[in-house]
Design a protein around this ligand. Structure first.
Ligand SMILES: [Zn+2]
Length: 293
């Protein structure tokens, strides 16, 4: 799939990023990309003698670009014969369907071609400012960019995404309404927990999903502030407590019109040779809401 995606990129011959999904789609017989209301992420369907891609108009630009590229990746299969495909979700990299998994890999390649991303990222160095700038340059979501950067394994790092949530046993039952402040009456309090962790292979840490952090952590501090928060954190990752240099920023997104708070973090071992204690802590960033991959 990566080879097929790179071949399509070569055919389109962009001078550099961004690699516009609509142009890539046109090379695959797609006459039009429509932005429309829908429950799912995107679909591809025949329209006369051509193809049309429809994508969720409510999603962020980066997410839409990934979804369009996911549909383009479907057409890269030699067995694809102009039938309609509905994608409720894209970018989940779920192993439940091999074709859907491969199309997510194809989309990640088309959007964030490693042949371009690798040298740009190497020059930029490991920081959340680099992550934001690269996501912007490639017109991808922060999450898709983080995943691709971790996969390239340029540095021993992890990109970890945090949201408020509960332990499995404490999760509110369906229909149970939690009013603000009711935790004082014995109900559990939501903690910041890992929703996604993209770990570079060379780091070798296993960061479990749903792992929580204490209230006095840098991640919680970041939750309550603007800009980038950075510092040293002792992070319990289950099997061990690791000392890590952290940079993080608050990047909420919208899901079904509900604003969901999220902290995006970069973790590096403290002995990382590029670690600099003078990294600015008040770097202001414009973070697009609705940026969820
Ligand atoms: Zn699909």
């Amino acid at each position: 799939m990566v080879t097929l995606a790179e071949r399509l990129l070569d055919e389109a011959a962009f001078p550099g990023p961004p690699f516009r999904p609509e142009i890539l789609a046109s090379y695959q017989g797609v006459r039009e990309v429509r932005y429309c209301p829908m429950n799912g992420a995107a679909r591809i369907l025949p329209d006369g003698d051509a193809l049309v891609i429809e994508v969720n108009e409510a999603h962020s630009r980066g997410k839409q670009n990934f979804s369009i590229d996911h549909e383009v990746a479907h057409t890269l299969f030699p067995t694809y014969n102009r039938y309609m495909i509905e994608d409720a979700v894209t970018g989940e990299f779920s192993d439940k369907s091999e074709e859907e998994w491969l199309c997510d890999i194809g989309a990640a390649t088309l959007l964030l071609d490693g042949r371009y991303l690798r040298p740009l990222a190497r020059d930029a160095g490991p920081s959340v400012a680099s992550l934001i700038e690269l996501a912007d340059l490639f017109e991808a979501s922060v999450e898709a960019t983080a995943r691709q950067l971790a996969k390239l394994d340029l540095w021993p790092c992890a990109f970890v995404f945090w949201e408020e949530g509960f332990r499995q046993v404490d999760r509110p039952r369906p229909g149970q309404i939690l009013l603000p402040g009711t935790e004082h009456f014995g109900l559990p309090k939501a903690k910041l927990r890992v929703t996604r962790a993209y770990v570079a292979p060379s780091l070798g840490w296993f960061i479990p999903r749903n792992k929580s952090v204490p209230e006095n952590s840098l991640f919680r501090e970041c939750w309550e502030s603007d800009g980038i928060v950075s510092g040293i954190e002792h992070l319990d990752i289950g099997r061990e407590i690791v000392e890590t240099y952290v940079e993080c920023f608050y990047a909420p997104y919208y899901s079904n019109s509900v604003r969901i708070g999220r902290v995006v973090s970069l973790l590096l071992p403290c002995d990382w040779r590029h670690y600099s204690p003078t990294t600015p802590v008040s770097y202001q960033v414009e973070v697009s809401v609705a940026d969820h991959q």
